[in-house]
Write a protein that binds this ligand. Structure first.
Ligand code: AHM
Ligand code: MG
Length: 340
């Protein structure tokens, strides 16, 4: 049997989306190439001297790990030399990175990315991931600016993630469904393994860091109680699954049916996750897979960003589960409605 590769699939689909010219095809391909290099290093993480800190602190005040830096550099290089992307907004860089020379200065896309999400899990050999979202630049000429990134998620032309897990999977959407590709390490190719991904009916997993329970909004506490109630007709009590790597949690919930939540808390009203390169890509994929993504009150993809690294509460998963959580938020925690 002849399997379909990522490159073949992207080329085949390029005509199905108005923005998917050859440029977007090449850009997605560049991301696939960088992902393979990162995958190689992630797989060897316990072996060489790639582990540990480089002694720098990123914009979030977190220590950067060597693999964070490696992944960031790989994606920047692939996009810079690929020629389609004129600027990158990365979790690892306080300011946007603009390409103002060479082929990429004429690229019409900008990419917001988290090159290695969940990197605190590296030492314990737990799955980690890369998240990306792609927009058409807004400015017409010259260097790209922050304005090019401050677009609501609904403007996205493509988004996806790479999950470095028990196998490495690249999942993406150009706004026409969601497809997943598993890396076959023996040939170094991403092979179509999850065509047209949709949330299954009747999800029964909830994913949240319950250690923060005391600081959760009342609506989240009530929703957690709802998930734990006995009601066989609705498959309750649900199961809790929480890896602490959003890409892995989101992927499992997409395949198995479950809601992922990172709400605001009394200590941090906007939660932890960053809107542009963490919430938005999974929100886009969730909607494309028949699900929903909300800040507890409103659609994630409608939020007008005001800064590159801003945070947003996130409830993402099958539509019925997210709507149930929203019901509890609206009834019991209206004071947590974020003013983005
Ligand atoms: P990071 O970008 O610093 O890796 O943080 C994001 C990660 C997500 O992958 C994950 O869902 C979340 O942090 C876990 O946070 P917590 O440990 O507070 O539950
Ligand atoms: Mg992250």
């Amino acid at each position: 049997m002849r399997f379909k590769t990522l490159t073949e699939f992207i080329v085949e689909k390029q005509g199905e989306y108005p923005h998917a010219t050859g440029g977007l095809t090449r850009l997605l391909n560049d991301i696939g190439i960088a992902a393979k290099f990162v995958n190689r290093e992630v797989n060897r993480a316990g072996l060489g001297d790639v582990m540990g800190y480089v002694g720098e602190v990123n914009v979030q005040g977190e220590e950067q790990k060597k693999l964070d830096v490696y992944a960031n550099n790989q994606f920047i290089a692939a996009l810079k030399y690929g020629g389609e992307c004129c600027a990158i907004g990365s979790e690892e860089n306080e300011e946007i990175i603009t390409f103002d020379s060479g082929v990429s200065m004429h690229g019409k896309y900008v990419v917001a990315m988290d090159p290695l999400d969940g990197s605190s899990n590296i030492e314990s050999n737990v799955s980690i991931g890369t998240l990306f979202s792609i927009y058409l630049r807004r400015t017409v000429r010259g260097k790209a600016t922050l304005e090019d990134f401050l677009q609501p998620g609904r403007n996205m032309v493509a988004a996806g993630y790479v999950l470095y897990g028990s196998s490495t999977v690249l999942v993406y959407s150009t706004g026409n469904g969601v497809n997943g590709f598993t890396l076959d390490p023996s040939v170094g190719l991403f092979i179509l393994s999850h065509p047209d991904m949709k949330y299954p009916d009747g999800g029964n997993i909830y994913s949240i860091n319950e250690a923060s329970y005391n600081n959760f909004p009342e609506g989240v506490k009530k929703y957690i109680n709802y998930c734990q109630e006995d009601d066989p007709a609705t498959k309750r009590p649900y199961s809790t699954r929480y890896i602490g790597s959003m890409v892995a949690d989101f992927h499992r919930n997409l395949v198995r049916g479950g809601i992922f939540m990172y709400p605001g808390t009394s200590k941090s009203l906007f939660g932890k996750l960053r809107l542009l390169y963490e919430c938005n890509p999974v929100a886009f994929l969730a909607e494309q897979a028949g699900g929903k993504a909300s800040d507890g009150f409103s659609r994630i993809l409608d939020i007008q960003p005001t800064s590159l690294h801003q945070r947003a509460p996130l409830f993402v998963g099958p539509t019925s589960m997210v709507e149930k959580a929203e019901e509890f938020m609206k009834e019991y925690a209206p004071e947590f409605k974020p003013k983005h």
